[in-house]
Write a protein that binds this ligand. Sequence first.
Ligand SMILES: [Zn+2]
Length: 383
Amino acid sequence: MPTQILKAYKVRLYPNDEQQVFFAKSFGCTRFIWNKMLNDKIEHYKKTKTELKNTPAQYKKEFEWLKEVDSLALANVQQQLRGAYNKFFKQGSGFPNFKKKGIKDSYTTNNQKGTVAITDSTVKLPKIGHIKAKFPAKIKGLIKSATVSKDPTGKYFVSLLVETIINELPKTQSNIGIDLGLTDFIVLSDGSKVANPKFLSKLQDKLAREQKILAKRREVAKADQRKLSESRNYQKQKLKVAKVYEKITNIRKDFLHKLSFNLIKNHDVIAIEDLNVKGMVKNRKLAKAISDSSWSAFTTMLAYKAEWYGKTLVKIDRWYPSSKTCSGCGHLLTKAELPLSVRTWNCPSCLQENDRDLNASINILNEGLRLATIKTVGTTGLA
Ligand SMILES: [Zn+2]
């Protein structure tokens, strides 16, 4: 069954000088209107205890230069601000923050009958026309919106949201359980293990070294009573840190995309533990391993890809004792009987030798299949 999805493509842009000025202006205007509208809302609330319904259009008289940028970019700020308010009131997120220059510089516009379009080597945007671009993949489908951004290393990107039709992947009659490994990224119930990408730990060491140098330069600037923005050595090092960080992020993302796709392609039911990553990161011993392995990004990818491609992802309750249960006979060890340091154990009941992670992934698969069956029977019963 084909499904219609919204897929985001991140496209590198190579704007000329004039286009860079336009982008800088657009980032500045969207940041200004966000901060202005937010500030006015706060002040209005202080006085009247009611919410101010302000729009970007009403500021254009007073601040004429707002007319120089794409009006949809400003309209989208209003939407984003409304979204941030909703999150604050309904989901208990933090109160919307004021935006600072140079941090997450971006603006979003929409395609209105071809105002956003692509050629083989350019992206066309409202008010600015064609910008030289390099595409990561062939883009097919209707472009809905475009978000232009500039990263800390000075590169420009546009993220295109495209309506795409995708076809479900064929069923394989194979199911898999996944356990989050500590030394490996994941351990699978078929006995295989997937290591973290090579170079990643080396790059992480490099990042730590460069961050130390950055901290030292901050101290030196402070001691000399110079502003950080005027300290050339500090700024040079800051860029260096941003570049290493970007490299790590890209390698990791690429790794997680390929891995999640292959698991979805090769299996019908994929069972994973619904780990509370926030809670686990507090535990110092596990912190590095967990944040390194980007577990939550991985499970998010598995979830949406399962939906796209017609497969089933089952999340197992995080209190399910996947490690402490013997996958051979179901015997349950006590917490004291299985400290974190024990990597293999012999079941006192059936004598099976259990590799800690493999045993857990088999239990996760079995529990996942049990839950998937209940779900299927449940829905069939309703139909
Ligand atoms: Zn046993």
